[in-house]
Design a binder for this molecule. Structure first.
Ligand code: 5RP
Length: 264
């Protein structure tokens, strides 16, 4: 791995080998997502606790301070919406010149394995890897599941993650699953980061799945709605941070969450 690639990855993945990415890219197909209507306000109190932001170029330019930012993972796939025919019908939205101009530490792109657009989205990934590797920019593949978030078992996730890695992704973002998550991570030769999905019923539920995923080999999280849609987003971010970077248990994180919440 050359210096540039190593340097960019080390901006994202911390010295302990772990990472906490904060995604705020949801608007690219969901529009003004609840609690992300004004991204600038959403991220302001959370920035100190995350290691990187996952964001589109539009929100980056309009809502992120270039003089006081965390490293950027630029969302570079899109072209669909919640009300359109098929979320999987994505293309690459951002040129390599724009990726360089915005000084991205990495880029992120969705793949839709098993969908009608499987072939297209996988070739999008391969094309992006071809372009980004020329400039030592890591590509993070997002194993997206369209609207059917419920249908994600270990076999499906392992298949998607492995394909993403085979096509050249340097990091893969996928969903945690209750059974055999270790097989998802074990079958993927590049680091795996967990996405959050729709907001969980309780905070403890979030801490438990994140802790479990870390024990099973994930290197961190890319978790959005369960942070910024919580009524106490800073408490959530602080509590997640101690699981990721201080090896805290779910119970320990929950105690910290309650401490911070009660002091606010
Ligand atoms: C949206 C994304 C998000 O980055 C990803 O889903 C993580 O966010 P959340 O924790 O809210 O699910 O890729 O397309």
């Amino acid at each position: 791995m050359d210096w540039g690639m190593k340097n960019r990855l080390s901006q994202l993945i911390q010295a302990d080998g772990h990472c906490f990415f904060l995604p705020i890219d949801h608007g690219y197909f969901q529009g003004p997502t609840k609690c992300l209507e004004k991204p600038k306000e959403t991220i302001k109190p959370l920035l100190p606790y995350c290691d990187a932001l996952f964001v589109t170029r539009g929100v980056l330019r309009s809502s992120v301070d270039p003089t006081n930012s965390k490293p950027i993972i630029l969302r570079v796939s899109g072209g669909t919406s919640m009300v359109g025919k098929d979320l999987a019908n994505e293309g690459i939205t951002t040129s390599i010149q724009e990726i360089l101009r915005l000084n991205a530490s990495a880029v992120g792109i969705s793949i839709f394995v098993g969908s009608d657009y499987e072939h297209q989205s996988l070739l999008n990934l391969a094309k992006l890897v071809n372009e980004c590797e020329d400039y030592s920019i890591p590509v993070m593949a997002v194993t997206a599941v369209g609207k059917e978030v419920g249908q994600k078992d270990a076999r499906y996730l392992a298949l998607s993650c492995r394909i993403a890695a085979e096509l050249g992704a340097r990091v893969v973002k996928t969903y945690w699953c209750a059974e055999d998550f270790d097989k998802v991570v074990g079958g993927c030769p590049v680091p795996v980061v967990m996405a959050g999905g729709p907001k969980c019923e309780t905070e403890l539920e979030v801490f438990e799945f994140v802790y479990d995923g870390m024990q099973k080999g994930a290197i961190g999280i890319n978790l959005g709605r369960n942070v910024w849609q919580n009524p106490h987003p800073v408490a959530m971010a602080k509590a997640l941070r101690v699981i990721i970077h201080e090896n805290a248990t779910a119970k320990g994180a929950y105690e910290l969450f309650n401490d911070v919440k009660n002091k606010q």
